[in-house]
Design a protein around this ligand. Sequence first.
Ligand code: NAD
Ligand code: MG
Length: 401
Amino acid sequence: MQSKKRVVSILGATGSIGQSTLDVIARHPERYEVFAISGASQCDKLVEIAAQFHPKFIVVLTEQNAQLVRQDLVLRQIKAEVLVGEAALIEIAVASEVDTVMAAIVGAAGMPATLAAAKAGKRVLLANKETLVLAGKLFMDAITQSGAELLPIDSEHNAIYQSLPIEFRELPYQSSFAAAGIEKLLLTASGGPFRTRALSDLSSITPEEAIKHPNWSMGRKISVDSASLMNKGLEVIEAHWLFNAPLDAIEVVVHPQSVIHSMVQYRDGSVIAQLGSPDMRTPIAYGLAYPERIEAGVKPLDLFSIARLDFEAPDMLRFPCLGLAYNAIRQGGAAPAVLNAANEIAVESFLAKKIAFTQIPELIESTLNRHAGLSDESLESLLQADQAARKTAIATVAAWS
Ligand code: NAD
Ligand code: MG
């Protein structure tokens, strides 16, 4: 049992991962203290969290929201300081009191504070996969140089982490797949809600249908990504960076029950998997307590009621986003940053009913074609690529409608 409390900042505390993180923390008040929370909207929720967890800081994005939160805090006699903006997100990620940062903001907006936590040598609980897609090399370099502890929260990557040899998973950049006897990573995918939908129906899918995931309850953006299989594409890139994995050694396996959360195949024929109920509190508890195991409130796996596990190859024609992601990371440079930015605009536009579901990959592909060969040398060049891609994608949507 650890003696000192872990002091945690939660970036994106009002979201799906943020809420699951708070749920796990609430089960272990003797182990964890919440130092700071952030949220882009949902001021009421932020105040509720503050009432229960007593953070020292609350970060919001606008002065207007700051006023709303401050008023409520006074009314309810809750003591917390409200800070505003991206610089404040970085402050709560690097504060000397903090040892653990949950990176659970959605999208590229989460990257600066997540990268700052890595540079500051924190234990980084990484849910924000877009950080690795946008700036994978810079982020992994920052982790290695600062000696930060990186624990993947994405369920597949957490499963792979649990299935890798300890020396390899903690320092993947000091070894190689060959030296560790690893043949490939088997990244499982549920296939999303439209795995068996007639191809001719895909263009009329509504946002309401797309955000209803069969197995997982998640934020809107990742739910649409799961439906288009872009989520799996982003996860291939995420696995490539996290585990120093050659792209040819990452295989996507569709497994509709979402019971096996991913696997590692070894040279001797062994395949090691992590199984569990589809509940993000498992990887979150793993990351918070590593290397210990703590209670997470997760329903135990009942293999008898599951009865069978199915596997199939992904349908790359039905879901072009997966192929686009493989191409972008193979192309290298800033292509993954462009892919990510175009996808964020595509998902927003689809949710706003400006484009059809099937136009998501079309928009990403046309944006990638317009921004080939950009450099990933520095953070500035990646951010420029991100901004240029967003501008192009927005203009394309406007031209289409
Ligand atoms: P969500 O939409 O439920 O929550 C997102 C959080 O980010 C909220 O707190 C929101 O206020 C904040 N936010 C949104 N825009 C912001 C901005 N511009 N600046 C600062 N903060 C902003 O999303 P989620 O489902 O919790 O996902 C969070 C991250 O975790 C994503 O990167 C997602 O891919 C990843 N992830 C989520 C799950 C899941 O089960 N939900 C699983 C694996 C990985
Ligand atoms: Mg995942």
